[in-house]
Every structure is written in structure tokens, then in C-alpha cells.
Design a protein around this ligand. Sequence first.
Ligand SMILES: [Zn+2]
Length: 381
Amino acid sequence: MTDTAITDAHNEDAHSANADHEGHEAEVIPDDEHPMEAHTEVHTRAASPALVGEGYVAGIDLGGTKVLAAIFAPDGTIVSRSKVLTGSVGGLDVIDRMAAAVREAAGVAGLSLSQITAVGTGVPGPVNPDTGIVHVTPNIPGWDLMPLRDELSSRLGIPVAVDNDVRVAVIAEHGAGAGQGARNMVAIWPGTGVGGAIIINGQIYTGADSYAGEIGHITVKVGGAPCGCGGRGHLEAYCSRTAIVKRLHMLVRTGHKTRLTRIVGKNILKAKSSDIAEAASLGDPLVLAVLERTARYLAVGIASVANLLNPELVVLGGGVVEALGAPYIDLITAFVRNQPFAATTGPLRIVQSALGDDAGVIGAAILARQIHNRHTGEEAA
Ligand SMILES: [Zn+2]
């Protein structure tokens, strides 16, 4: 099975975090057009209270190229997983495949759909969690104004909750990862773009039209580099993986040398986060200089957000951060500490995300637990 065209941020280095999961592959459907894998697993990791609840729930991580689904037991542990490739399909076919992934994972766990109380899913694009309508998804054709929540719910006969994929990853980090217990937290996710999310008083903050947390589009340099959104000088234009490789590409074209050309070949634009991390670990001066510049811009962005919201914690995640790890976090932290205002010094902690590739299904399962708890609360009231 190939995973060559993964483009969304948190799925970028797929499989790397699965090494600690014991389990076995229960079934493989050898169909090139619709390949699917599933397996049961035994988790030894203690589950977070945010994942614990009545009955089983399913979490779906929808990427540009594949659907991952996992079933969570009442004690919050993962009991089975499945993966379905979305290939080149779009529109309602993708929702059929999401439903298939849930059915497959439930079947592998020996459960019927009626035993699944709720389903949560992340979406790679802006979505309104209150209506369940996807505004647009750059990686999935035919999803403009797609009523995903209702379409998926009608296929499975189960209540569904949806939210943006970065927000879902941040819900996971807050509920079960690096941000557990944080009252006020900001998350920044550099990958293909730069996503973000805000937790205020223990709750995700969505804003008037559910766009809150788009930290990638705050301005860090007036009239600066062009951003994918059409603006200029936005954080994303300096700190996404796309921005990092574009800058390296430009520097190489103007005569600078880097080991990256030995790792990825002449076309630097093809460099993945892991390639950049490899060059950085070898001490490549050009890559280190570009990353230092990127860290400075990230620090400016973090300081702006910290001065506005005074969070106790900033969690950094996504493909670039996961590949570069602690040295990159330390560099960014040092630049933040140099920013001259109280909110950025003092008690502000800056840490790396803890859940890796599992963040998508875990956050989606927490969303699912929240709908079930809400319904139970309404019945009780
Ligand atoms: Zn922008």
C-alpha cells in the first residue's frame, strides 16, 4: 500500500507513530480502486478521562488521500482501526468511504453499528461545527458547502460531530495529550499551511463564524511574502513547510549549496518535513539559517497571540514541528523569550504536541463523546 501523496499537515508522516501499537491485521481487501485495511489492537497506554464514556464511539481522521477510523471502548482505549484510501474520488463518494471505514473498524472489533453511540470526524478545511457544513476543502473535490454531518449520519444511523482537522488535533492534545489540564492554550500547527486553535477557559474558542484560531493568517510583516490566501506577510508565508521549501528552492537557484539536494535531488520543492529535519540534523548551514528565520517569525506570531490572550501554554504540532522536534521548540522558545512584554516571558510554556498521528482519531472521538454527553444531559434535564 502506498502513501506517496499525503499532503495534509498532520498526516504527513503517516505510520511513524504506530510502532507502539500491538495488534494484528485482520483483513485486507485487495482492490486497487478501494483498498482497505483494518486491525484490532490492545492498548496499554492509560486513556484520558475525555475519552471515557458510555458505549463505544468512532473517531475518523479524514485526510486528502485516506480515511483513518478507530473505535474507542467505554474505558477510552482504542479497540480497532481501519484505513480506506480515498484515491481520486470526491463528493459523496468520500462520505461513502468514511462510512465504510467506520463499518469496517466496528466489524473488526466484533461490534454492530448499533453499539456505536456517536461518531466524530476532522475535516481538512474550514467547517462550521454547529451546522456540520464544510465551507470548502482544497484537497477533496466537490465538497463546497457539503452538509457532511447530516450525510454521514444518515449513512450510519449514528449522531455525527465534525470540526476542522487542526482544531480536532488540538482538542486531542488538550483532552489527552500535551495540553491536558490547561485552562488557556494556543496551538500552532505548521504543515502545508499553518493551522491553529484557541482554548479559553477549558473550551475551544470558535468565534463568530467558526474561523477563530487562523493564526497562519495574522500579519507578521507588512507588505511581506505572498500568502496562499491572497494576503501578504502572513505567518503562513514564512513558517509553513511550503514556505520553508520555497525559500530553500529560491536560495539554491541563486547559487547557495545545501545537502538537501543530495537527499531529495535537484527539485527542492519536493522536500518533506523529514528531509528538512535530516539536513538540519547533519548541520546543513543553509537549512539551519532558513529554520532560524522561520523560528523568528513564529516567535513574533506567538508573542502577538500571547499578548492578546495570555495563555499558560502554547502547543506546537504538525509535520514540520514533529520532524524537527526539541531543538526547533528550544529555538522558537528562545526567540519568544526575547520579545519585550510580560505575557511572553513569565509562566508561558511552549511545548511540542504529544499524540503524533493519533491526534486526528483521538480528537474526533472526544468530539463524539461530547455529543453523547450533551444528549444524555438534555435527557436528564
Ligand atoms: Zn494568509
